[in-house]
Design a binder for this molecule. Structure first.
Ligand SMILES: *Cc1c(COP(=O)(O)O)cnc(C)c1O
Length: 383
């Protein structure tokens, strides 16, 4: 498990592979503190699923723990177990559902369970009893996502049940928004209304409220009335906004740069095609450089004929089909040398290439760009 999630963590001088991610811990810290200040008095649960959106699960979790984050959120139990094995002590909520025989593992590693049915509560209670522990549970209410969770219109029975088991501490209750990054917040408001309706149960029966949480980045930015007791920032923690139309009410900065080096320089003659499928050629001689990154690293092939890179502060187009391990950039009449820094994501002087741009080139969303930068790319931490 560790080898699957762990990246080689090395310093800049030790880099063997020219292609690497540089993650600025100071920027991550500033982003976290800005979100915290904005959401206060709500607590903050940084979301670290999918290798902390590519930024490295363990290192990001350590930083968040050092910054006194209240809770951590991951998607799957393996991520939670790895964090426990790496010495993370603060509460961790696994946002995904429980599958198969995972409940004993949750309890053994003190991971908080998302409960999404009455049946699951019963199983959790029985196993917790047999292990002589109290299970920490957050109830998942489906207010309009139709993924996991008990529907808002059936939630009363679910909450009642959660209170009845002696070996369960139903310390939290939450829902998830489907469209909170849009300018049009009507559906998010409807979801919020439904969640508030569910929460009235506690007041009606004079039962102490559990920790209520709902907001992902879009809602944190655009709908502060949904902050409740805790917020769950994911993408904005990494300095990327959930969509181009989301209001940027909190200023966060990208924490990650994706860099490589020129490893080859040549002149390509007019009419000589570049790459697989011979899909691109120039009608005049060009100078070109080869950079050792490709879709095998998560530099998506669907960006072919659209992608650009920064070299010595200037933008150049990637030409030919993006292959698994290498790309070629057309520098026309300019000069470049082996070892010149090439930026795939990040800034150099006045120019920058953003995650959003890559997403547009690939026809996807920034989330997918970040989470696709895979384990072959070493992570280097600065700050
Ligand atoms: C991924 C996720 C988040 C964070 O979403 P962002 O849009 O990245 O902020 C919050 N809550 C849940 C349940 C999630 O799955």
């Amino acid at each position: 498990m560790s080898s699957f999630f762990n990246h080689p963590v090395i310093s800049v001088d030790e880099i063997i592979r020219p292609t690497h991610l540089q993650i600025d811990l100071n920027t991550l810290k500033n982003n976290f503190e800005k979100i915290k200040a904005h959401a206060a008095p709500a607590k903050v649960m940084p979301i670290l699923k999918a290798n902390a959106y590519g930024h490295g699960l363990v290192r990001t979790a350590q930083l968040m723990q050092d910054l006194n984050a209240d809770y951590l959120g991951v998607a799957v139990i393996e991520e939670g177990i790895l964090l426990r094995e790496q010495g993370i002590k603060i509460p961790i909520l696994v946002l995904g559902g429980i599958w198969g025989n995972q409940i004993p593992l949750f309890l053994k590693h003190d991971l908080t369970i998302t409960a999404s049915s009455v049946e699951k509560l019963k199983q959790i209670d029985q196993i917790a009893a047999s292990m002589k522990v109290k299970a920490k549970v957050h109830l998942k209410i489906d207010t309009g996502m139709e993924r996991i969770g008990v529907h808002y219109y059936s939630a009363e029975k679910f909450i009642e049940e959660s209170l009845k088991y002696k070996n369960i501490n139903a310390e939290g209750i939450y829902t998830h928004f489907a469209n909170s990054e849009l300018r049009d917040l009507s559906y998010t408001k409807l979801q919020l209304e439904r969640f508030n309706e569910v929460l009235r149960f506690y007041g009606k029966h004079s039962i102490e409220l559990p920790v209520r949480h709902a907001s992902n980045s879009g809602a944190i930015l655009q709908m502060p009335e949904a902050n409740f007791d805790m917020v769950r920032p994911g993408i904005m923690l990494y300095g990327v906004y959930p969509s181009l139309e989301t209001e940027k009410t909190i200023e966060v900065k990208p924490a990650l740069m994706w860099k490589s080096l020129v490893v080859y320089f040549k002149v390509i003659k007019a009419g000589h095609p570049v790459g697989y499928g011979s899909a691109w050629k120039s009608d005049h001689n060009i100078r070109a450089v080869t950079v050792p990154v490709g879709y095998g690293d998560g530099y998506l092939r669907s960006m072919t004929h659209k992608a650009e890179v920064l070299l010595n502060g200037k933008r150049y187009p990637v030409v030919g089909t993006i292959s698994m391990d290498q790309i070629v950039a057309n520098i026309e009449n300019d000069s470049a040398y082996n070892g010149d820094e090439t930026i795939l994501i990040g800034s150099d002087g006045q120019n920058k290439i953003t995650v959003e741009e890559l997403a547009q080139w690939a026809g996807t969303i920034p989330y997918e760009i970040l989470t696709n930068i895979n384990t072959r790319v070493p992570r280097v931490y600065i700050g």
